[in-house]
Ligand binder design. Sequence first.
Ligand code: AMP
Ligand code: MG
Length: 423
Amino acid sequence: MPSPDLLSFDEASALVAAYAAQRARFRPSVVRVTLARAAGRVLARPLRADSDQPPFARSTRDGFACRAAEASRRRPLAVAGSTRAGQAPSGPLRPGTAWEIMTGAPVPAGADAVMMLEHVETGSGPAARTVRLLPPRTIEKGENIVARGAQARKGSELLPAGTAIGAAQVALMASCGCAELPVFVRPRVAILATGDELVPIRSRPGPGQIRNSNAPMLAAMVAAAGGEPWVLPVARDTAKALDAALAKAAQADLLLITGGVSAGKFDLVEPALARVGARFHFTGVRIQPGKPTVFGERPRTGEAANQKPRSMQWFFGLPGNPVSSAVTFSLFAAPLLSALAGRLGVGPRFALACLAADVKAKPGLTRFLPAACDFAGRELQVALVPWQGSGDQPAMARANCFVVVPEEANRLCAGAIVRILLL
Ligand code: AMP
Ligand code: MG
């Protein structure tokens, strides 16, 4: 049974969330980027509509603009003209007439609905083409028209500062004419891998050695969470090497250390952090993998690129096993990093899915087990990926989520609806 004085997963999450909320009150500095470079950044000022959206009453169908009351009587209406997308609005629509219209075109003044092409028959009258709604259809006012300003009014806030910019936000900014926009400067995140066994990626590991895979993994995770990764050289498991590395890392906005936080003889990270005056917020969490995770802050020297000078630097000590590092980054480091990046809505993302087979629990520990979720089906189905423990990188690379086993559970049964942590 793990020590009850370690924080539970919920307690540790709440603690990180509280620090993240505190940090979120400070705005990072701002730079301007072109729209082409905006995806993945965080909007620094609210985006306002530069005009009504849509800027004119827009037809959502190919068909005939009309007055709904007239069209519903199903008498033939003379087609008085035609407007295609890109043409200026026309009108007013005379009583007893309809107006041919294409998707995206402005609806003529006086029309209050658009009959779909598929719902009418056309004919010829004495002077013009006619159109008639096919029985038994009727049409309501407003059908197939998006009124001017229905999506947004000129000057209204479309996106708040702190919005993470993805494809939909890029499209919205383009529609508002933002060729350039203000974004927050990304926080610089130092990534320090520790361990005598680690060799660089291009090296062939000798007996007992392995490649440093955590640094590039965390660099990818940092970038995805809105930070700028700064990978430091590997620190050996000596007090001297760690002291030097911690001094160098002090310039970063956030420090991630992997390895060296367990209880082993060469796990020297906590003492090294203590030597630089660290305050530890937690030094272990009742989770698996990731139990030895450390979170705290330490005084720092040097000026961070991003933030207003802040006298303390947050750090996380993540256990060296790759799955442990990945899980603990997602659970604890990513929310704090989001706050440093000025992003709204921080926190790991969870979903509910139906479990394929029984899962064993470890009472007293919240477990996070690599799993594959089928997101394509009607109901999310999740199955564990077979794994050999928290060093199993091939298993993690086949997973797209983690099944969460609550600490009070004795087992999870096949068919149960369970929480999954999304990657
Ligand atoms: P530690 O947390 O230092 O006790 O390391 C736990 C396990 O993770 C050991 O098997 C280490 O070899 C492995 N490990 C530590 N750091 C890394 C790294 N940067 N990349 C890949 N594996 C690592
Ligand atoms: Mg180690």
